[in-house]
Design a protein around this ligand. Structure first.
Ligand code: SF4
Length: 300
């Protein structure tokens, strides 16, 4: 893998950022001067969009250069919309203690569409209302993964409508069948769900759906990192950028393999700036309960 000529966030100095700011010390950003603001940006405590003058058209070129300078090696991908929208990725470092801890991993709970409606409603309400106090923070559950087990597009649409009528949590639509996903998107594409998933077998049709609806998508190639990178490259050429990578989640004696794959991808992105690896990762702990790697058989 070729290392790009880029700096890590820890090699960027406040001066690098300061030089591209308006440098008027107007304090509109809430900081006393541009240098103080630049220092906060480099520390990950502020975003450049908090400088209102920088958003004026006369600074367009500087804003573009700043965005390129500060772009994280792991792309930030947004799922859902409104107050419960979640952002995954946006990482600059390999280990969270190396830098400000941003975008903690969200947790999604599974809703198979063969469940009875009353049970689905009970599960959705439980997820929606769940909260847990931990060291002064209130932790909640973040998303619902609706899984097409019946392989029936009408039932998939029905369940999505039932769920969205009960909560505004971001959704993950799970099926490898483009027809099922098409049906699902017909009732919820405005909610920008995450699509699970594009594979080597469905990439063309699923890719077109993702492009048409502008939704983020999981690229899945369990146990095959070369295939994963090839799929990412193809989708990038199509103009699809909001991707999440699924290298497979294996359990029991293979858990070490899963950790190795996740680490290899993150290292390639953060240390080597490999643009084909620079996306957030998705793990499916449900594989443990299901008894096998989920992506091998999504209908279980
Ligand atoms: S708002 Fe922008 S120009 Fe004004 S002080 Fe802050 S960084 Fe400088």
């Amino acid at each position: 893998m070729k290392k790009e000529n880029r700096k890590s966030i820890r090699e960027i100095s406040p001066i690098d950022v300061y030089k591209l700011l308006p440098r008027t010390n107007c304090a509109e950003c809430g900081e006393p001067n541009c240098m103080a603001f630049a220092t906060k940006v480099v520390n990950g405590e502020e975003v450049i969009e908090s400088c209102p003058p920088l958003l004026e058209s006369k600074y367009e070129k500087d804003l573009k250069m700043l965005r390129e300078l500060l772009a994280p090696p792991v792309r930030a991908v947004s799922i859902g919309n409104g107050d419960r929208r979640i952002v995954v990725g946006g990482k600059h470092v390999l280990y969270r203690h190396e830098f400000t801890y941003q975008n903690p991993p969200p947790i999604a709970i599974d809703i198979p569409d063969d469940m009875e409606d009353e049970l689905i409603a009970a599960r959705v309400k439980k997820v929606r209302d769940f909260s847990y106090s931990y060291i002064g923070r209130t932790l909640t559950l973040d998303a619902l993964a609706i899984r097409s087990v019946t392989q029936n597009p009408d039932r998939f649409m029905e369940v999505i409508s039932l769920v969205t009528g009960l909560c505004d949590l971001p959704l993950i639509l799970c099926s490898f069948n483009p027809e099922i996903i098409r049906a699902g998107l017909s009732v919820c594409s405005d909610k920008k769900p995450l699509i699970f998933a594009i594979t080597k077998d469905n990439w063309r049709e699923m890719g077109e759906l993702v492009q048409d609806h502008g939704c983020p998508v999981v690229v899945s190639a369990p146990g095959d990192l070369n295939l994963l990178r090839t799929l990412v490259k193809t989708l990038l050429e199509w103009g699809i950028e909001d991707m999440v990578l699924d290298p497979g989640t294996y359990h029991s004696e293979q858990i070490g393999h899963t950790i190795h794959q996740f680490t290899a991808i993150r290292k390639a992105a953060v240390k080597n700036f490999d643009s084909l690896s620079g996306y957030p990762l998705l793990g499916t702990p449900i594989s443990v309960w299901n008894g096998q790697e989920l992506s091998d058989d999504i209908n279980r």
